[in-house]
Design a protein around this ligand. Sequence first.
Ligand code: ZN
Length: 537
Amino acid sequence: MSLSAHLSDGRQVVLGPALAKAGEGTIYPLIDDPTLVAKVFHADRNDLDQKRAKLAAMIAAPPVGATQSDGFTVLTWPQQLLTGHDGRFGYLMSRVDTSTAVEIHTLSNPVNRADPLPSAPQWTRHATWGHLVNVAANLCLAVEAVHSVNAVIGDFQERNILVNDTTRVTLVDCDSMQFSDAEGHRYLCPVGRPEFTAPELAGTDLSTTLRDPAGDLFALAVHVHLLLMAGNHPFLRGVWTGPGDQPDAMTLAKTGEWAGGPGSRLHTHPLAPPPTFLPAAIQALFVRAFSDGARTPASRPTAAEWRAALQTINVVTCNRGHQLPAGNPQCPWCAIDAERALRKQQRAAPAQHPIPVPAAGSRPWAEAPVPVPANGSWGPGRIAAVAVAVVALVIAIPLGLRALQADDNSPAQSQSTYRTVTADPNTYAAQAPTATVTVTQQPAFTPGPSTATATIVGTCDEGGTCGVKQRTAPLVSAPRLVSTDLRDGDTVTLMCQATGDQRTSEGHGTSSMWYRLANGAYVNSVYFNATPGLPAC
Ligand SMILES: [Zn+2]
C-alpha cells in the first residue's frame, strides 16, 4: 500500500513500499523520484516536536559538501520535511546507492574485505592498502563537511559510514547528529558506541551533553587507524604488558595508551603492523589524536590535517605484492605473513609452547618508539568505565560479518574491477558511480536450531594468556559473569546470538556476533569452531 504525503514546499509525493525499518522510523522510496527516499518517523515517539525542530534547522543550513558536483551523496543530510496524509511526519534525503557500497568495517577488516558475503559487493576483494588510504582521505572530506556547519557527528561508528567502489564515502543517519541553529538552539546526539567514543565523554549522560567536534576527531583517528592498520583497533588489540588483564578500550583511551604508542604498555601485537611503518607525519597525527588527545582533546588533528597528510603518502609495492608507504626498510605485511607461518608451524608441532614467540630479529622495527613531540605529554589518567547505548539506524544493506580463518594483508590482486579515484585529490570527486540506485531491505532473520554445541578455539592466538572471558553482556568491556575462562577445546552449549562489540581475533576473524551460553554468559563468536545460526537473544 502506498502512502501519500505533502512536502513543506507544498508538493505532493507518493511513497512506495517500505524499504527498511529502523528504531526511529521507516524508509520509503519516492515513486516519482529515484534519487530520494523518505524517512517517516513512528507515530508513537514522544520526541517528535523536538525532532521536527531539529530537522527544520538542519534543512535550513545544509553543508556545502553534502553532495558533490556529480551528484554523489557525501551526507544523507535532511532536505525537506514531509507530512503523510496519515499524520506521520518525516523528511526527504538522498537515496544511497547500496549496490556498490559497503559499511566501512567490511573494508577495513582484511578478512571481510578479502572474502565478502556472496550477496555483498565483491569489489572489496581487489582493494589494496593504497585504496584504503584513499578511503581514509575521503572520510576526512565527509567530516570536514559536517564540521563546516558546526554540526557534530556524535554517533561516529562504522555502521554509519558507507564506502563505494570508487573509494568515496557517505555518512548516513545524519538526523542523529548534533546540530545548533542560528538562534542558538542545540539539538544533541544522545547515542554512540563505546569503541568510537572519545575518553572525555566517558561516563557522561549523552542525552544532556553538548559534544565538541574534538570527539568526532577521536573517532576519525580510530577509523583511520582501522583502515591503515589492517583493521586493528588502537585500544583493543595488542600485547598488554601492564599488571592484570588488559584494560578495556575506554580505560586505555583515557590514559592515552594505544597499541605501539609512546610510553604505552599496550605493545604492538605480533600480527599487527607497528605504527612506525607509517610516515612520520601520520605517526605524529596519531600521537596527537590518542596520546596528547587523551588529556587535551583540542590537540587532536582536524579532518583537514588528516586529509592533507594522507594525501602525501607515497605508496610502493614490496616484491611480494604488498602495498606500504615508501621508505620502510622492511615490509610489515611480509613480516606478519612470516609470523603467521611460524605460528602455524608451531601449532602443528607437538608439545610446543602455547604462545609462539616471534623469531628473533624478524621484526626489527616492532619495538621502535613512535617519535615524541616536544610538547607531548602522556601518562595515566583516571580510570572509569562507560556504558553507552548502541543505536544503529539501518538504511544500507547490513552486510554482516563472517568469522573466517584470518589471512589478512594478502598480496595485492588485480584491480580490473576496481575503480580508483585518480582525479583532483583535493576533492576526491573523480568518478560518478554507475550502478543502479537501490536500497535493499534488511533480510529477515531466519531462525536456526534452538541450541547448538561448539568448541572453543583460537584463544591462544591473541598473545598473552590463553582463554576467553565469559561476560555479562556482548561487550568487550563487560565484566565476567563467571570467574573461570573458557579454554581451547572446551565444548559449550550455545543458546542464542546477539550483536555487540566487534572483537578482533587473529585466529578466527572479526565479528560483532556474540553467543549466549547455557550458563547465561556471552562469548564472541570468533572463539568458536562453528557459527551456527541461532535465534536472537
Ligand atoms: Zn610484503
